[in-house]
Every structure is written in structure tokens, then in C-alpha cells.
Design a protein around this ligand. Sequence first.
Ligand code: NAD
Length: 388
Amino acid sequence: MVVKPMIRNNICMNAHPEGLKLHVTQQIDYVRKQRPFNGPKHVLIVGGSAGYGLASRIALAFGAGAGTLSVAYEKPASEKRTATVGWYASETFAEEARKAGLVAENIYGDAFSDEVKEQTIQKIKEIFETVDLVVYSLASGVRTDPKTGVQYRSVLKPIGATYHAKSVNPLTGELQEVDIAPATQEEINPTVKVMGGEDWELWIDALSQAGVLAPGVITLAYSYIGPELTKAVYRDGTIGKAKEHLEATAKLLSKKLAPLGGKAYISVNKAVVTRASAVIPVVPLYLAILFKVMKEKGLHEGCIEQMYRLFAEKLYAGDEVPVDEEGRIRMDDWEMRPDVQAEVDRRWKLVTGENLRQLADLEQYTRDFLNLHGFGFPEIDYEEDVAV
Ligand code: NAD
């Protein structure tokens, strides 16, 4: 079938198989050009099919020769629909990894469920015996609590007061003013249930009880802080409450893993375009300005650059892992540099529909967004029929 992007409300509903092959192989090529590092040998990635989880998987496999098992919520193609983005990405990854002599397995299903945790444990026993790194990189809008069957939905809202800010429609370039009404307590709690650390803890408990965590195991989850500009809707908003919970869970998990000589880390990553971040109001405009500023300063990074740097230069560099006063690894170090933020701030105040393209790199934003779904690659003829 001929596959062209179907985009509604900043969500792309389909995926291009050939484009996703390229999206994955370009990231593999990036890692192959970097210095190899001594990393973990057997890795479980929960949420390993897209964004930061996929980039983690690629960096660990092709940078450190790790065998990887990914769990992700993805679906193959049907007669009418393409497969999901992460299905193509996971299949491509597995094919490339196996060609390179690496173990690579994919489990598709709901990571929040007990069944998928059990299936994963069986798979680990079969292919690895134990894992020495567990990356937890889920981003989801809903979660069904496996114990009660209650379904929770997360929201992206400020807390306490309405948030008023500029926002851009990345596809049309139209600048708008948006008002986001504050969340109620009934919206805050479910957001923490979905995006907080409860499920991460359930994973580690289940893996630990099954005896599939290697001595010295590390587990890692990803957080975000961000600048003043997005603070009301991000760090001080509902998602920020969830991230506080996730960060507190890291401390709890470090205690639980201590008898094994293990440790839990939070890595605060930089803002990038992923399916998860594209739906956060204000973020596309912030990202477009940030990209331009960071490129001008020679600091631009996407998911793969961030994840290679995280593993090769921070977590597995052989020295003590560098952390902030809260014990977090700060991969947002360049994004949060005072000179970067001062320039973003300055442009944010000035930006209008007319000067948007001078002050911000909307093209990079749009290209990243399309590439995530396998679109926008000049190498691909999108008029051609492809097997989905
Ligand atoms: P993403 O949307 O690109 O990927 C999410 C992953 O979660 C996919 O692999 C998807 O299949 C999986 N997933 C979702 N629901 C699932 C379920 N029920 N069962 C199994 N798998 C499921 O997201 P991302 O932006 O890479 O986010 C990953 C983490 O990184 C999140 O914790 C996010 O907050 C954090 N982070 C993101 C950014 C950013 O700018 N994107 C910045 C800092 C931190």
C-alpha cells in the first residue's frame, strides 16, 4: 500500500515500514561510529520500542554488545492498517542486532499487566538467566492496575492555577495563545498512578522474586525537569507529581536492591521530540526554539546522542556515576546551561508568527516528528507501494 502520514491533533496514526528501518539503522550507524564501552551484558528494556527506550537499546547493543529484551505495547499490521511505529522499529532492531551476532527478543503486550511481567520473566530465564540492567522507559496515557482492574488515565495539566502561554501548531506553524485549566485532585492521583513509580517497583519486585536479577544489577528510569517556561505545566503540573513519585521510587528501589549490591538510578534526560512529548502543550514551541539555540552552540542532541552519552560517559564510564544533590544523573546538563536557557527565554518573549522561523527551528521539530513515524526521509519515495 502507499503510506502517507495521517496526523490528528499532533498524533500520527500510521507508520512507514521502510522509513522506520531507516530511523533505526541511522541510530545504529551513529552508535557504531562512537567508541565502544564496557556495559551490561543482558538488558531488559520496558518500553524499548520508541523514543528514549529504543535509543537506550540501540546504544547498549551496538555500543556495549548487550543482548536485549524489549517489552512494548505495539501491534503488527492488519489488512487496513500499518503496524505501529514501535513494531517496525523493534522488528528492524532485532534483525540488525541478530545480524551483528547479538541476542534480541521482543515481547509485545501491556507492561502494566501481571501476565506480561510473568512472560518476560520466563523469557529472561530462557535467553539470559539473569539481567544486569533494567531500563524502565514507559510513557503512557492509561494504566490498568493489575491488582484491582481499575483503569487510570493521566492528564497533562497545571496544578492550582490556569496556565497561559504561547504554543505552536507544529504542522502549520501557526502561533496560538493557550489556556490550560488546572487539574483537580481526581486528575492528579491517576496521573501519578500511570506515570509514577508504582509499576516500576512492581517490575523490580517481580524480577527479584523470580531470581532473575544479577548481582550488582542496575535499574534506570527517565525523568524530566525542564525550564521555568514550562514549569507550571510540566514539573509543577500533574506530570511533575508523577515524576516526583518516580524519583522517590528510585530511592526505595536502591534500598530494596542493596542486598544484591544493586542500585536504582534516575536519569533526567533532555527534551526531545517523541510521541510522548509531542502531545504536551507548549513543548513543541519550546523544543523548536531550544533546537535552534543548541545547534548554534554546537550542543544539539536527539535521543540516540543522549543515550549513548548516558551509558558510555556516565553510567558505565568506570568511575563513580556523577549525580546531582538528589542522586539523579543529569543528561539535561546542556539543555539547562544558563546561557542556553537565557537565550531560549529571550527568544520566547520575542517570538511571533512572523519571526518564528528565524528564532526557532520548526523544520527540525517537524522532521524529527515525521521521522519517528518513518516519514520525511528524503531517501524514501513515499508515492511507492510498500509491503506493510
Ligand atoms: P515514547 O512515547 O517514545 O515511548 C514510550 C514507550 O512506552 C514505547 O516503547 C511504548 O510501546 C511503551 N509503552 C507505552 N505504554 C505501554 C504499555 N502499556 N505496555 C508496554 N509498553 C508501553 O516515550 P519517550 O518520550 O521515550 O518516554 C520514555 C520516558 O522518557 C518517559 O518516562 C518520559 O517521561 C521520559 N522523558 C522523555 C523526554 C522527552 O522529551 N521525550 C524527556 C525526558 C524524559
